[in-house]
Design a protein. Structure first.
Length: 209
């Protein structure tokens, strides 16, 4: 009974979690991701974790309207699309889907995508992102996503939609990423000068269907 009370206290403090039919497990601290241009691989290395990836799909296709609009290209433009499961020391952390103009990465192959995409783009193609637009929404994942991320049906995730532009402001690639809500916190630094003359405003969006 004493052990049960002690375990209950640890659960309330968020230090351990009970998984029905499995047992009680120690929770690792969440990764704090700052809204900047740091890659997933660098995030993991900075926190003492070993980054790795599992390629789920890789296609060369013609951009449909939504993708073309986000990439700022003509409908039908050739794009590389790939989805990866990102892991930290073997634990699923995120699922990312990337679209990039094929003309920028003409010889890109599935075997190239086991590490940092940013590092690959800079080293092989001379592509360096200069800015990114990011939108973040809470998301209740579907069954396939839950299985890949090894999470329960009640575990929320963070859905991040990104548009990366080069130093000249031209869109390089777009990405849709789903992060485990129990492994990530997002943080942003907002300089006080942005609030000096007018109060901050917040944009409301319709729920994603």
């Amino acid at each position: 009974m004493t052990v049960r009370h002690a375990t209950d206290a640890l659960v309330e403090e968020g230090l351990v979690v009970r998984r029905h039919g499995s047992g009680t497990y120690v929770l690792t601290p969440p990764v704090v991701r700052f809204l900047g241009m740091t890659s997933f691989s660098q995030d993991m290395r900075d926190r003492g974790l070993v980054p790795s990836s599992r390629l789920l799909s890789f296609e060369v296709e013609r951009a449909e309207l939504t993708v073309a609009d986000r990439l700022q290209v003509e409908v039908g433009t050739s794009v590389h699309r790939f989805t990866r499961l990102r892991l930290g020391s073997g634990e699923p952390m995120a699922i990312e889907t990337v679209w990039i103009r094929s003309e920028l990465v003409p010889d890109l192959k599935p075997a190239d995508l086991d590490g940092s995409l940013y590092e690959l783009l800079a080293r092989r193609y001379g592509l360096v992102p200069g800015s990114a637009d990011v939108t973040i929404e809470p998301l209740l994942p579907d069954a396939d996503t839950r299985e890949l991320l090894d999470i329960t049906p009640r575990q929320a995730t963070l859905f991040m939609r990104m548009t990366d532009a080069d130093v000249n402001g031209e869109v390089m690639m777009i990405a849709d990423c789903i992060y485990r809500g129990d492994r990530y916190q997002l943080s942003a630094h907002v300089p006080a000068r942005h609030f000096a003359s007018t109060p901050p405003s917040f944009q409301t969006t319709q729920p994603v269907g």
